[in-house]
Design a protein around this ligand. Sequence first.
Ligand code: PLP
Length: 364
Amino acid sequence: MPFAGVAREYAALRSAVDAAIRAVLASGRVVRGPSIARFERAWARFLGVEHVVLVHSGTTALAAALAAAGVRPGDEVVLPALTFAATAEAVLALGAVPVVVDVAPDTLLLDIDAALRTVGPRTRAVVPVHLYGQPHPQLERLARELRLRRVALVEDACQAHGAVAPGARCGVRGTAAAFSFYPTKNLATYGEAGAVATGDARLAARVRAWRDHGDARRGVRPGVGLNLWPGEIEAVILCVKLPYLRAWNARRRATARRYDRALAGHAALRPVANVVGTRHVYHQYVVRARDRDRWRARLAAAGIETAVHYPRALPDRPGLAGRVRMRGGCPNARAAAREVFGVPIHPWLTEAERRRVAAALAGK
Ligand SMILES: Cc1ncc(COP(=O)(O)O)c(C=O)c1O
C-alpha cells in the first residue's frame, strides 16, 4: 500500500488533467500564461485573502514572503525546531539567521511562549508551521503579540491547504503565508509550485517583482529579482484539482477518526494530539512510538508503507547543525524526531486499505 496517492489520483483525474495540459501545449503559452493568474484568483478566493502570487515552490514562497516582509541579512527569524528543512533554508537563503525554539509536547507545533521569549531587537519575523496539516491553535494570540512588537508573522502553511485555525483559515492571519503544491500535498501539481498569500498589496507587489527579475509594474521600484515563475502546466493542473480539495480533506479527516479509534487506549502508540476547535487537514497522520523501528517493520510486513517526517530536529540535521541558533535544548522536538512516523492517509486509500491500516495500528 503506497504511502502517497499521486498515481491513483492521476488515474482518477486523467481525462480532465490530460485535456488541460493539451490545451496549454496547443496554445503555445507554456510559460506566464493565463492559468497562473486564474489559479491565483481561485486560491485567493478559497483562502479569503486578497493576494496570491504563484511561484515555483514552497521554499521560494517562504523566502519571497520573508524578503518582502523585510527580512535582511543578519536579521533573526524565529521558527520551530521540528519542521522540514526548507523553513530554515529560506531564512538562510536571505543571509538571515534561523533561531529555533521548541515545540509543544502534545501537538508538536511551535511553543508560542518560547517563541515570544525569544523575540529580540534583531528579530524580523516569526514563522509558525502548521505541521502535518494541523492549524496552530494560538495563531490569533501570536499575531496580536507580534503586531505590538512590529515583527512579521509569516505562516508556513505548506502542509495546511484548507486547514482552519480558530476564526480563520491557515494562510490569512499573518503578514503573509507560504504554500507548497509539491506532488504529495493535499493540493498539488504534478511538478513543483508554491504560493505566497497576503492581505498586503505592497508585499504582494514586491513578491511579483522578485518573481520577475525585479520588474515592477505596480508601485514597486524596479530592482533586481530572480525568476521564480512556475510553469503554465503546473498552474493549469492546480486549476483542475482545486474544486476537489474540500472533499479530499474530508476524506482524510474521516480516515484519521478511524485511526484515532484504533489507537484509543493503545499501550505503545499514540497519535499526535489534534486540538479541539481547529480543522486539521491531515497532510500526514503521525503516531509516536518508543520502539519506532519495530512498529515500522511490523507495518511493512503487513504491506503498509510508512515514512518518518522528520528524523532529526533542525539543529541536529546535517548541513543545518551550526547554522541555526537554538534557544533551550528543544527536548520536545528532539524526542518527537526519535519517535514519530506517518501511515498512509491520502484520499485514494480503499475501504479495505483503511481497515488494514487501522487493524495493524490496533495490534498490541
Ligand atoms: C513545512 C514545509 N515547509 C516548506 C516546504 C517546502 O515546499 P517545497 O517542497 O514546495 O519547496 C514543505 C514541503 O515540502 C513543507 O512541508
